[in-house]
Design a protein around this ligand. Structure first.
Ligand code: NI
Length: 156
């Protein structure tokens, strides 16, 4: 049974590390599959739209993102194309409770990642999904949305 993991909040050095790629043979490991399920459950339970492994204490390049087809785990995601078009929108983060701010992100991206079977997938995303992926990939590089945001504020 999947369990809810503890979410690390800012400030914590784990959130600032550059996370390590996941080796292909480790993707299919039962422990990794369990961990991915735990991340999915944690994200859904906390009403998040995305979650990166460092947020639950693991500096590995794994994110889960909410899509209209369910929660998608992405190993070693790499953004390979970014649109010139960008837009500002308010973001929040489970590691920065109650904090919000406006972040400028690319409207469209192309992303290459490995799925849970270790297969290489190319995904074109736009709008909210593109925004979530950019936010989560930032986590893998030790970047928090507040590093990029304007109008940062707390809501109780
Ligand atoms: Ni976040």
């Amino acid at each position: 049974m999947a369990k809810i993991l503890k979410i690390i909040t800012d400030p914590n050095p784990i959130l600032r590390n550059i996370s390590e790629p996941v080796e292909n043979e480790d993707i299919n490991d039962p422990k990794m599959i369990d961990f991915t399920e735990d991340m999915k459950k944690t994200m859904l339970e906390k009403d998040g739209v995305g979650l990166a492994a460092p947020q639950v204490g693991e500096n590995i390049r794994l994110i889960v993102v909410n899509t209209k087809d369910g929660v998608l785990p992405m190993f070693n995601p790499q953004i390979t194309k970014r649109s010139f078009g960008k837009y500002w929108e308010q973001e929040g983060c489970l590691s920065l409770p109650m904090v919000f701010g406006d972040v400028k992100r690319c409207k469209k991206i192309t992303c290459i990642y490995r799925n849970i079977k270790g297969e290489k997938i190319e995904l074109k995303a736009e709008g909210l999904l593109a925004r979530i992926i950019q936010h989560e990939v930032d986590h893998l590089n030790g970047i928090l949305f507040t590093d990029r945001a304007k109008r940062i504020h707390k809501e109780e």
